[in-house]
Design a protein. Structure first.
Lengths: 352, 751
């Protein structure tokens, strides 16, 4: 493969300096980047290995009841952290529904936020892809696109963001802490990923050289813990990306919805926060009629980008189901089949 | 190198005196799970270089430029092999001297005839340098429009399908049968291209010594590979030594030597050093075969009582532009259901793809899912239970030929499978069953069948004075358990405990073990071993019976039996003598026997020979979200004598999982414009995971077949794919009312 520099900085400052070089990329778990390099989708000149940076692998509880998660915390470690799974069960369920146990052991929180689309035309170096090569065109249009975006896409790009983890994070107002050449800043998770517009090559709000160092979930978001679910439709029972997914979180008082959070995955270039749907739910009685209105609102702007009209109706149904399951209450344990509509096999545990 | 196979385990319930029938665990299992087992790509001879293929990124056209200087300038690159400098061959790789010789892409020109075709090989000191060298070639192309899919060209009737079978076969008058039918089904089903995806990629480690060639290379047919290579390279077959002790799966893709393996050998010739070439996963989607897509039309007629009046099965298939492999999908309708009129036919279209090849149950699997779906539709049209309908049309003789079956325990398979599954009481109509969680529940079934084939093989057996024995055969363990099952046959053949037997296999310098394909390896290699052992025992018996000092003297026509290292007089087991005593007295260190196997033409003319089975599936489907899960699979199979029930169950499980994958998961996605593969990796090309099938059972139905071979062995490697795909599809219909006409079934079909 291409000869590249490998540097292993000892501090965040050193890492940022090392990543300033043209063609530099950060390497964490490598579960996505190395595949892309082997397939010649990406050919970086320098890998800046951040996995040994001190202090980024901690889960810290904050004064407001929220949590700060270091960017190098492994997906599996976070999902299996009992206090975290209690406070943010939909996030833990989303993590455990993604990839395989081996990948979850290797993948990091920061890397998961930055994973690249699964669009085959992005991965295939011989295909035209505006995301990979600005101005090249988009072979996904008119190609095999039944799993592509139905929201927020443009003529330039119809790719989706594949993360499960990011979907409940978007719903729960997660904040991303970033360090870079210009110092430290914060971005709402919802604003981290960009819709393609005319510049699909810019997939995130990160400036060159910027490094995600932590992720925060506010204490207020833990208030949804009793009624929070992540649900994922996929093409095999495990180890598959979402066709469509939904995170739903509610605060209930009596039979009424006091607050609602809703986000969709697999439908757009970013985890799709459905604010209009959330607003439609506030103050109303929890029930099928309300869920139906919310589903309509969430997908109001959806349109097929190819052979994927079925995803729009599927997403509506998924929203209704996710809301119904949220009302029914968070399960005492994360189900053996996380994020699946199938009930757990009796006696089976997700970590058995 | 013969691997050191441990003989440590003896099950508590072993039957004394016989190894056949014992559920031994894999004798090489510990080697495999500890990483000691050496697969081809684990070898690293001194001075070895790494070769990496550059593969075409167009599907049709020609290569106009390769930047060889750029690749050569990369540190570590030793050579670049292109059509300009590839060592000469003694035979044109496009020559086809017999139908079983398939054309290979060995850099014979700049033409590109499918995506992922090898267009150059870069040889370097490291894998990384060779990989980058291949990237630096930056090929430029003159591309022509790719022909993709079943509608890409004019279809034609192929000269033959499968292994020399007629493309069209007919008994009775199908049109009359359809015209007279009270109930008719006319349905078309599509199946996608699938790729073998053995866990172990095709690999070769090649070392030349003058005109002698040493190869570590996974192979399902070492003798055939020797012969093919000898022809291509212009050297004697016996100068080619192949070591293939273990395969990480083959499924037909390693039956014939693949083009990239030959390129590795040529690369070693070019640089004069040993070379290793291992395909990358995505490079296995092109030059090493696949199962072609099909579009199958089934027309079925039946009387009001459910008796078939006609069965017509047509299959449109694809093949490559440059070679002839025709998937015999419609032939699946030859053997299962009694109909006075049967017509099967094939047409093919040439597209810009690698040549399709034998892939686990080639034709049987593709044809079965369409046939079993259509039979289910016919049962419904007759308002009959699917099992009752199949029993109503049970074939007492092979329908296409009229021959009696050598054995057929399919009724017992139906009965035992249905009983175990709890089929009775199944409602006829769809969408009638739900579970406590509100999931739709459906039950479906399918009939499984696969021919009982025999190829040719040879073996050698030695019985030693020290009480031990050796059996040698160049057989192939693809993971199916040949190291174990064949050793069990060998132990019984020489009348020794398996612990006393040294079983040598997996290299080409041993007697030709035939091909591990067609589900015929255990029968074929096993019968050669049986014959060799029998001959060695006969030599011993001769020594004893002719010697007045032996208790067996004069046994004559009564004969002897061999067991536990002794010969016993058949009519008086109190008279026996040990092998050691016989050989000691004769002054011999050992006796040797050689054996051959092959099909019995007289029996094959007289009888139709097939294994059979019945598969029952339960699926649950979320009625809103289209999420689908196979919650139970029960298969009952009758395949003659079972050598090792543990290995056989494992084959049935693997087949049933594959059949389920056929219905629900596997599909190679090709870009309709470029002809390039879009999911050439195991993240996106879905095969089932454990969670996809929580509960599975395989029942071994007793069957004695006096005709297939002396041991009564039929094959078990492929049958369980058949029947299962249809059972799952039929269960999906029963759950949802949605009749799948395109596979795999997708969420889009269910919402």
């Amino acid at each position: 493969m291409k000869v590249f520099d490998y540097v292993r900085p000892a501090s965040v400052a050193e890492a940022i300096a090392a990543a300033a070089a043209p063609g530099a990329v950060y390497l964490a778990g490598g579960t996505n980047l190395l595949d892309l390099m082997k397939g010649e989708t990406l050919r970086p000149d320098r890998l800046v290995d951040v996995t040994r940076l001190p202090g980024l692998d901690r889960i810290e509880w904050l004064g407001d009841g929220g949590v700060r998660i270091g960017a190098l915390v492994r997906n599996a470690a976070l999902a299996h952290d009992a206090a975290f799974a209690t406070a943010y069960p939909a996030v833990a369920e989303a993590l455990l529904s993604g990839a395989s146990a081996q990948l979850r052991n290797a993948a990091t929180v920061g890397g998961n936020l930055l994973q690249r689309t699964r669009c085959a035309y992005f991965h295939d170096p011989a295909s035209a892809c505006n995301k990979r090569q600005p101005g090249a065109g988009c072979d996904a249009r008119g190609g095999e696109n039944r799993l592509h975006a139905v929201l927020g896409w443009s003529e330039a790009c119809i790719a989706t963001h594949p993360s499960d983890f990011c979907v409940p994070l978007a719903a729960l107002d997660a904040v991303v802490e970033i360090e870079g050449p210009a110092g430290r800043r914060e971005v709402a998770l919802e604003a981290l990923h960009r819709l393609p517009g005319d510049t699909p090559e810019r997939g995130t709000a990160l400036a060159p050289g910027e490094l995600i160092v932590a992720l925060r979930l506010p204490g207020e978001a833990a208030g949804f813990a009793a009624h929070a679910r992540y649900l994922k439709v996929r093409e095999r029972t495990s180890y598959a990306f979402a066709v469509v997914s939904a995170a739903a979180a509610l605060r209930l008082e009596g039979g009424r919805i006091r607050a609602a959070r809703l986000a969709l995955g697999g439908v757009a270039a970013r985890p799709w926060r459905a604010r209009a749907a959330e607003e439609s739910l506030v103050g109303v009685e929890a029930g099928e009629a309300a869920f139906r209105r919310a589903a309509e609102a969430a997908l109001a702007e959806a349109r097929p980008s190819g052979d994927n009209a079925f995803k729009i109706e599927l997403a509506r149904r998924l929203v209704r189901r996710a809301l119904a399951l949220a009302v029914a209450g968070t399960p005492a344990r994360i189900p053996a089949l996380p994020a699946s509509p199938f009930p757990s096999v009796a006696g089976a545990r997700h970590d058995a | 190198m013969t691997p050191d196979i441990s003989l440590s385990q003896v099950p508590a319930h072993a039957r004394h005196g016989s190894s056949i029938g014992r559920p031994l665990t894999r004798r090489e299992g510990v080697l495999k799970v500890t990483g000691v087992a050496r697969y081809a790509a684990d070898n690293h001879p001194a001075g070895m270089l790494y070769a990496v293929l550059a593969a075409s990124r167009i599907a049709r056209g020609r290569v106009t430029c390769l930047d060889v200087p750029a690749a050569m300038a990369h540190p570590g690159v030793v050579a670049v092999m292109t059509p300009a400098n590839r060592p000469a061959l003694a035979l044109d790789p496009d020559a086809k001297l017999h139908p079983f010789m398939f054309r290979l892409d060995l850099l014979q020109s700049d033409a590109v005839r499918y995506a992922n075709q090898p267009i150059a090989v870069v040889i370097a000191e490291t894998l990384e340098a060779a990989t980058e060298g291949a990237a630096l070639l930056a090929p430029r192309y003159e591309a022509l429009p790719a022909r993709v899919g079943l509608d890409a060209g004019e279809s034609f009737v192929p000269p033959v399908v499968g292994v020399g079978h007629p493309a069209e076969q007919l008994v009775g008058d199908v049109e009359a049968g359809l015209a007279s039918a009270a109930r008719r089904v006319d349905a078309t089903y599509e199946t996608p291209a699938q790729y073998h995806n053995a866990m172990e990629p095709h690999a070769v480690v090649a070392a030349w010594d003058g005109d002698s060639l040493s190869l570590d290379m996974p192979s399902q047919g070492m003798a055939m590979a020797q012969a093919r290579l000898a022809g291509l390279l212009g050297i004697a077959p016996e100068n080619i030594m192949i070591r293939s002790p273990f395969l990480g799966g083959g499924f037909g893709s390693k039956g014939l030597i693949a083009g990239p393996q030959v390129l590795g050998i040529l690369a070693a010739r070019l640089v004069g050093r040993p070379v290793k070439l291992v395909l990358r996963r995505e490079q296995m989607y092109g030059p090493v075969g696949h199962r072609p897509p099909t579009r199958q039309r089934l027309r079925i007629g039946a009387g009001a009582d459910g008796t078939l009046t006609a069965l017509a099965h047509h299959a449109l298939i694809t093949t490559s532009t440059f070679d002839d492999f025709f998937e015999p999908a419609a032939d699946a309708s030859h053997t299962l259901y009694a109909s006075p009129a049967i017509a099967t036919s094939h047409t093919a279209v040439r597209i810009d793809t690698g040549t399709p090849m034998f892939m686990r149950a080639p034709g049987e699997a593709t044809g079965s899912i369409a046939l079993e779906s259509a039979i289910d539709e016919a049962a419904l049209a007759c308002r009959m239970d699917p099992l009752a309908f199949r029993l109503k049309n049970y074939a007492e003789v092979e329908p296409i030929s009229g021959k009696p079956f050598s054995s057929k325990a399919l009724r017992a398979c139906y009965a035992q499978g249905a009983d175990r599954f709890g089929w009775a009481g199944r409602p006829l109509a769809p969408r009638q069953m739900r579970d406590a969680a509100g999931m739709l529940v459906g039950w479906g079934m399918g009939t499984a069948t696969f021919p009982a084939l025999m190829f040719q093989a040879e073996a050698r057996a030695v019985i030693r004075r020290n009480g031990g024995g050796v059996v040698e055969i160049g057989a192939h363990d693809m993971g199916q358990g040949a190291w174990t099952a064949l050793a069990q046959i060998a132990a019984d053949a020489v009348g020794l405990g398996i612990e006393q037997l040294e079983f040598r296999s997996g290299t080409s310098d041993l007697p030709d073990g035939g091909i591990a394909g067609g589900s015929a390896h255990t029968a074929t290699a096993g019968m050669a071993i049986h014959a060799a052992g029998g001959e060695a025992v006969a030599r011993l018996a001769e020594l004893a019976m002719d010697d007045a000092r032996s208790p067996l003297f004069g046994a004559g026509n009564a004969g002897v039996v061999a067991r536990d290292g002794r010969l016993f007089r058949r009519d008086d087991e109190s008279r026996s003598e040990s092998y050691a005593d016989i050989l000691t007295r004769a002054g011999l260190a050992q006796v040797e026997g050689r054996g051959k196997s092959g099909g019995d033409p007289a029996a094959q003319t007289a009888y139709a020979m097939h294994a059979h089975g019945a598969v029952f599936a339960e699926v649950k489907v979320d009625p809103d979200l289209g999420q689908l899960r196979v919650t139970r699979l029960v298969g009952a199979f009758a395949a003659g004598r079972i050598i090792n029930p543990r290995m056989v169950r494992s084959q049935y499980y693997g087949g049933m999982i594959w059949g389920m994958a056929f219905a629900l998961h596997e599909e190679a996605v090709t870009d309709r414009r470029s002809g390039r593969m879009l999911n050439a990796n195991l993240a996106d090309y879905h095969i089932p995971v454990n969670a996809d099938v929580p509960e599975m059972e395989a029942l071994l139905v007793e069957e004695h077949d006096p005709h297939v071979n002396a041991l009564g062995i039929k094959g078990v490697g492929e049958i369980a794919i058949t029947g299962t795909g249809g059972a799952v599809a039929n269960a999906v219909w029963h759950a949802t009312g949605m009749r799948a006409r395109r596979f795999p079934i997708r969420i889009d079909d269910l919402v």
